[in-house]
Design a protein. Structure first.
Length: 299
C-alpha cells in the first residue's frame, strides 16, 4: 500500500489537490453495519487519495481502528491511515501496536498526543509512556516502514498557554522528528490557516505538505460541541447565520455544505496541497462538496 507522503508528492507533480476523508470507529453494531454497507462504498466511489480512522479517547478503539483501516485497504483498494495516540499506553505497547499495524499492511500513521477520556482531569502519561507527540513520531520513524502525519492547530492548541506561535514552533519540532505531512484541526476562518502556513513555511522553513482540515456543519448543536472541544473561532457572520437557522438541522446542513464549498474554493485558489474532510461517517455532505468543486474523483 502506498505511503501518503508519496501520494502528496505525486499530486503536487500533477498539479492537483489530494482529497482525504476521515472516519471514526462506529459505536454500535448498527452503526458499523451502516458504515460498511452504505457510507464507505458511497465515499469510495469518489476515489479519495486516502482515508483515515480515528483512535477513540483514551485509546479505547485501538483494535477497531486497525481493523477499519485494513478493511478499507483490502476491500476498496484505498490507502488508509491509522490514528495513534500516546494516551494510556506504554512504549512497549505502542511498539507492539505499530508492529501489528505493519503486519496488517498498514503503512500510514497519524501520530498524536491524544485526548484523555472525559472527566479524567487532563492528560497524564502512564508510567513508561510518552508525554508528547514528537516522541511517538520519533519511535515510528525509528521502527521505519511508515509515512507519518501530525496534527497542526491554526488557532493554536487549547493547552498551549504561550500562544499560537509557540505551538507552531512545537509543530516544527514534530516535523523535524520525522513527520511527512501536517493535517490541521478544523477551522471556519481561512485566515487562521494562512497565518499558520505562512509562519511555518516562510519563518520556520517547513517544506512538508500542510493540509487544511474541513468539517461540513450539520447542526448548530454539533458545531457548538466541536468548538468547545477544540477552541475554533466561529466568525461573526457565520454565527449570525447559524443563529438565524436555529434548530432547523436540515437547513443548517444545507448551509454547511454551501459554507464548506466556499471555504474549500478559497483554499484551493491559495494553492493548498489537498483537503482533509472530517466526514463524521456521513457520505452526503462530502459528496456534495466535492461535486460542487468539480473534484468528485480527485484522489
Amino acid at each position: 500500500m502506498q505511503f501518503i507522503r508519496d501520494l502528496y508528492a505525486a499530486a503536487q507533480t500533477q498539479g492537483r489537490p489530494l482529497i482525504s476523508i476521515e472516519f471514526f470507529t462506529p459505536k454500535t453494531p448498527e452503526g458499523e453495519a451502516a458504515f460498511y454497507t452504505r457510507t464507505l462504498p458511497e465515499l469510495a466511489r469518489l476515489r479519495p487519495g486516502y482515508c483515515s480512522v480515528t483512535y477513540g479517547a483514551g485509546g479505547s478503539t485501538r483494535q477497531k481502528t486497525l481493523e477499519m483501516v485494513q478493511r478499507i485497504q483490502d476491500e476498496h483498494g484505498i490507502p488508509a491511515m491509522a490514528h495513534l495516540t500516546c494516551v494510556g499506553a506504554t512504549r512497549p505497547q505502542i511498539v507492539a501496536l505499530l508492529e501489528e499495524a505493519r503486519a496488517r499492511g498498514i503503512r500510514n500513521i497519524l501520530a498524536l498526543r491524544g485526548d484523555p477520556p472525559a472527566g479524567s482531569g487532563g492528560f497524564q502519561p502512564v508510567d513508561g509512556g510518552f508525554r508528547y507527540a514528537h516522541e511517538l513520531v520519533t519511535l515510528a520513524r525509528h521502527l521505519s516502514g511508515f509515512s507519518i502525519g501530525v496534527a497542526g492547530f491554526p488557532e493554536g492548541h487549547l493547552e498551549c498557554r504561550e500562544g499560537r506561535h509557540v505551538d507552531w514552533e512545537r509543530l516544527k519540532a514534530k516535523i523535524d522528528c520525522g513527520a511527512d505531512f501536517v493535517l490541521t484541526q478544523l477551522f471556519f476562518d481561512n485566515a487562521f490557516f494562512y497565518e499558520m502556513r505562512d509562519y511555518l513555511v516562510q519563518r520556520l522553513g517547513v517544506r512538508v505538505p500542510i493540509v487544511p482540515g474541513v468539517i461540513p456543519i450539520q447542526s448548530a448543536a454539533q458545531i457548538r460541541r466541536f468548538v468547545a472541544l477544540c477552541g475554533a473561532t466561529i466568525p461573526p457572520r457565520l454565527a449570525e447565520r447559524l443563529e438565524a437557522l436555529g434548530e432547523d438541522d436540515a437547513a443548517t446542513a444545507a448551509f454547511g455544505i454551501e459554507y464548506a464549498t466556499a471555504q474549500c474554493s478559497d483554499l484551493l485558489r491559495q494553492g493548498v496541497p489537498g483537503l482533509h474532510f472530517y466526514s463524521l461517517n456521513k457520505a452526503g455532505p462530502v459528496t456534495r462538496i466535492l461535486g460542487n468543486l468539480g473534484l468528485a474523483s480527485a484522489g
